[in-house]
Design a protein around this ligand. Structure first.
Ligand code: HEM
Length: 192
């Protein structure tokens, strides 16, 4: 009996510890770690054809808005789009854009680092003659179409939503730097 009682009093083993839920920085547009994880995986897949996808995106932007090509001083001289596509200057300009997204994904747990980069990039646009704030969002459709091409079947509805969230997050941060540097507002905005 005594023995049994002693056994009854044995302390319960502590419950197995819950693995600490990984947190997402609330400044990011992703609500759960799972969503961020999926986004990072999709980006990794885009990364396999980063240069090609970046060029596809910028080419689509220029086809939709030919005047934007002229605003890039290194690209203005190309009248032939095939020659432009083959040029190093075009590759570099394309990668400027996609490397920014890449940095955001690479530093998704060090948000302060990429926020500074994004705001700096936004600020650089404030100096571009004739650029207005609304131009940033003209990149959304080319961006979405180029990643869709890169991902094929993997571009699901959820993936599309994540890329749209990522794009808008990047633009919002760029706009902060752009506005702080006195960039021209959208023509229809009421900002003074
Ligand atoms: C989400 C959208 C965009 C991103 C992420 C982006 C990113 C960048 C980056 C990282 C640079 C290099 C900045 C630097 O030198 O410090 C740049 C330069 C530039 N961007 Fe954008 N950009 C975007 C949209 C646009 C749009 C819509 C235009 C349309 C005109 C544009 C025009 C330019 C021009 C003209 C330059 C300067 C190129 C030169 O040196 O001549 N950008 N952009």
């Amino acid at each position: 009996m005594g023995c049994l009682q002693a056994k009854d009093k044995e302390p319960e083993p502590p419950p197995p510890k819950e693995p600490e839920a990984k947190k997402v920085d609330p400044r990011l547009p992703f609500e759960s770690y799972r969503q961020l994880f999926n986004m990072k995986n999709s980006w990794k897949a885009v990364g396999r054809t980063l240069t090609q996808t970046a060029k596809e995106c910028l080419m689509r932007l220029f086809k939709a808005h030919p005047e934007y090509q002229k605003m890039h001083k290194n690209l203005a001289k190309y009248d032939d789009l095939d020659k432009l596509m083959e040029s190093t200057a075009f590759e570099n300009a394309s990668l400027d854009v996609f490397n920014l997204f890449d940095e955001v994904m690479e530093t998704s747990d060090k948000v302060d680092m990429h926020i500074a980069t994004l705001q700096r990039a936004g600020k650089a646009h404030a100096k571009i003659p004739n650029f207005t704030a609304n131009y940033f969002r003209d990149m959304e459709q080319p961006f979405m179409e180029s990643v869709k091409l890169a991902l094929g079947d993997r571009f699901t509805e959820a993936t599309e939503k994540n890329f749209s969230l990522l794009f808008n997050y990047v633009v919002e941060q760029m706009l902060i730097g752009y506005n702080q540097a006195g960039g021209a507002p959208a023509p229809d905005s009421n900002r003074v």
